[in-house]
Design a protein around this ligand. Structure first.
Ligand SMILES: C[S@@+](CC[C@H](N)C(=O)[O-])C[C@H]1O[C@@H](n2cnc3c(N)ncnc32)[C@H](O)[C@@H]1O
Length: 231
C-alpha cells in the first residue's frame, strides 16, 4: 500500500513544543505568524516568488531553522532575496518571529510544519539556495531513516533546486557528517565544491552562526560547513 508507506515515511520524530511561550511570543504567534505562514494548496504547486510582495529574483529555503538566527540574518543582509523557513518547533518559530518583528523584515515566509510537505508543492527549479544547518543527527544506527538526508529527500531537493543552486549543510556530528557526505557525493545531481580542508573547516563569512554551532563549540565538537552545487 504505497499511500500508507508514504504517511509512515512522513512521521516527524522531533519536539513540537518546549516550555510555555511568554506573552510576547504568544502574541507574535497569534498575530504575525498567520501573516507569514504559507498556505499549502490542496492540489497544484506554489510559486515561491509569488509569496513575497517584491517577487524576489532569488528564493532561499532553510530546513529546520531552530531559533531562526541564521535565517533572520540572511534576510536582513539580503533584502533582495526571499527567505522561506521551515520549522516544526513552536518555541523556535516564536523566536524567529521576534527577530522578524524587531528587524522589520519583509522578505521572510514560514512553513511552520514538516519541511517535506512544503517541498512537495514547490515547482521544479524554483530554489536558489537551500540550508540544512545542524540537522538532528539521530546517531543510533536504528534511527538512521529519521535523518533528513535520505535519497528520497535529496531527489526532492534536486528537483527543486535550479542548476548552479547551492545546498549548504552544517553538522558537528561525525556520524551525520559521514552519512551526509556519502549520500551527497554519490548523488548525481550534487557536487561537493570544497577544494581543500579550509573550505569546510571554517564557516564562510556569509554564513551566519546558529545556536547549535555555538553549543557544539562550547562542548568541544568541531562543526563542518559543506557546500554542494546542484549540477
Ligand atoms: C538540531 S536543531 C538545529 C536548529 C538550527 N538549524 C541551528 O543550527 O541552530 C534541528 C531542527 O530541525 C527541525 N526539524 C527537523 N526535521 C524537520 C523537518 N522535517 N521539517 C522542519 N523542521 C525540522 C527540528 O525541529 C529542530 O529545531
Amino acid at each position: 500500500m504505497p499511500e500508507a508507506r508514504c504517511i509512515e515515511d512522513r512521521r516527524f520524530y522531533g519536539r513540537r513544543k518546549g516550555r510555555p511561550l511568554r506573552k510576547g511570543q504568544q502574541h507574535h504567534v497569534d498575530t504575525l505568524l498567520p501573516r507569514l505562514a504559507i498556505a499549502l494548496p490542496a492540489s497544484g504547486k506554489v510559486d515561491p516568488r509569488s509569496l513575497f510582495a517584491h517577487a524576489p529574483e532569488h528564493v532561499w529555503l532553510e530546513i529546520g531553522f531552530g531559533g531562526g538566527e541564521h535565517l533572520a540574518e540572511q534576510a536582513r543582509a539580503h533584502p533582495e532575496a526571499g527567505l522561506i523557513g521551515c520549522e516544526v518547533f513552536l518555541n523556535g518559530i516564536a523566536t524567529l518571529l521576534a527577530q522578524v518583528s524587531a528587524l522589520g523584515l519583509s522578505n521572510v515566509r514560514i512553513h511552520p510544519e514538516d519541511a517535506r510537505d512544503l517541498l512537495d508543492v514547490l515547482p521544479d527549479a524554483s530554489l536558489d539556495r537551500v540550508f540544512l544547518l545542524f540537522p538532528d543527527p539521530w546517531p543510533k544506527r536504528r534511527h538512521a531513516d529519521r535523518r533528513f538526508i535520505q535519497p528520497a529527500n535529496l531527489d526532492l531537493l534536486a528537483r527543486l533546486m535550479k542548476p548552479g543552486a547551492e545546498f549548504r549543510v552544517a553538522s558537528d556530528d561525525p556520524t551525520y557528517i559521514g552519512w551526509a557526505l556519502a549520500h551527497l557525493v554519490r548523488h548525481p545531481a550534487f557536487a561537493w565544491t570544497a577544494r581543500g580542508p579550509g573550505d569546510w573547516r571554517a564557516r564562510p563569512a556569509d554564513w551566519p552562526a546558529t545556536r547549535y554551532e555555538s553549543k557544539a563549540l562550547r562542548e568541544g565538537r568541531q562543526p563542518v560547513f559543506m557546500r554542494f552545487a546542484r549540477v
